[in-house]
Each structure stands twice: as C-alpha cells, then as structure tokens.
Design a protein. Structure first.
Length: 232
C-alpha cells in the first residue's frame, strides 16, 4: 500500500532570499499560507526552491525553518532528484523507496513509473498542468510548483477526483493549467516569485545564474494570474 504521506496535492516551496541568505520571515509566512489553503505536503529545497544555488548550510537552515513552522501539521519532504530514467525506475521498485516524482510531462513514461511503483511506492506528478491526467493514470498525488500559486485549486482537483467528481476536477485543471504553462514552465522560479509577489509574499530575487523578469514579462505573469482568477 502506498505511503499516505505521499498522496494528495503537495507543493514545491520557493526559497525566499534576502541579503543574509534564507529569509526566515517569508518562508514561515509561506508555510502558514499553505496550512490555511489545505495543502497536503511541503517540499523544501527542490528545484523550484533553487536548491542548486544554495550552500549545504542554507539548505539545512531552510529545512529547519519549514519543519519548525510546520509543527507536525503536514509531511515535510527534503528535496533530492535524478534524471536517469532507468535508475529512477529501479529505485521505484526498491522496498525502501516510498515515493517517486516525475516532472517530465511524458505521460507514457509516467504510466510506466506507476506500474513500477506497484502497491509499495507512491507515484507523484511534478507537472501542474497534468495533475488531473496523472491522477487518471494512477498517480497518488502531485508535488507541484503550481500549488504555490493556486494551492486551494490544486487541493480541490485532488479532492474532487478522489470523490468521483471528475468533471469538477477537470474544469479546475483547465482553468489553472495556463498558470503552469506560462509562468512555472516558461519562467521557472523567477516567474513563480513574481507571481507570489502579486499574492503578497516577497520571495526576493532569484539567484544567479537565474535572472529576474523584465517589466514585460512581469506584466505577462500578472495577466495570466488574473485570467486564472487567482488575483482579487
């Protein structure tokens, strides 16, 4: 049976930075935001969190902050990754592996991972635009950056689908899919941070080699968020 900690709508947190490193105040605010919105799990120091640009000490500090602020309310997952498909499929069959996340967007490959996971490993999707499709293929849930910007909607997709309300789940997915495609996928962590600013959370600048968005790109982010119904 799949580990219940690795089900539902999980979110890959950004890492807010300031001149001293990890911005503890904003990171704690983000954790509380996801408590309020009903998010099912938190991932810290993943790719959306710009972990590759962080020192081991900064990664450890970010994890400590999230764990402390979370106070046992949600599962907290410290990010790690791999790109070797054969190796990942091998890991999925290992009895000590509880979950596997695939962000490729290749649903044929994801279906293969679902089969490899069987009953002992939770297959998780990382592409927010395909959350609903992945659930149809047998995903236990998702760990998605889209959930940073539309947490309640991502939770609703999972809840509706689990209740057999596929039409409602699909309608929500259709409305918010452009947020993944035009912000998360197109601009990455810098775009996600701009969108979070529009929601009232200052994630600080992205770290090199990533660069901030131009004014034109920032306007595009605002337009996409507005059209998805995510701004008041």
């Amino acid at each position: 049976m799949a580990d219940p900690r690795f089900t539902g709508a999980g979110v890959a947190l950004v890492t807010p930075f300031d001149e001293n490193g990890v911005n503890e105040r904003v990171l704690r605010e983000l954790v509380r935001f996801h408590h309020r919105e009903g998010t099912d799990a938190l991932v810290v120091c993943g790719s959306t969190g710009e972990a590759a640009t962080m020192s081991p000490e900064e990664q450890r500090r970010a994890i400590e902050i999230v764990v402390d602020e979370n106070a046992g309310k949600l599962p907290v997952i410290a990010g790690c990754g791999g790109s070797d498909t054969a190796r990942v499929a091998e890991l999925a069959r290992h009895p000590n592996i509880a979950g596997l996340k695939d962000s490729s967007g290749d649903m044929k490959r994801f279906a293969e991972f679902v089969d490899a996971c069987g009953e002992h490993c939770s297959p998780l999707v990382g592409n927010g635009a395909l959350f609903y499709t992945a659930l149809e293929l047998g995903a236990a849930g998702g760990i998605i950056a889209l959930g940073l910007l539309a947490p309640a909607e991502c939770v609703a997709i999972y809840r509706h689908y689990s209740a057999g309300e596929s039409r409602s789940a699909g309608e929500i997915q259709e409305r918010i899919a452009p947020v993944h495609k035009e912000i998360v996928a197109q601009y990455g962590a810098p775009g996600v941070k701009v969108a979070l600013e529009l929601l009232g959370y200052d994630g600080g600048p992205p770290r090199s080699p990533l660069v901030g968005l131009s004014e034109k790109q920032r306007r595009h982010v605002a337009q996409v968020m507005q059209e998805a119904g995510l701004l008041g």
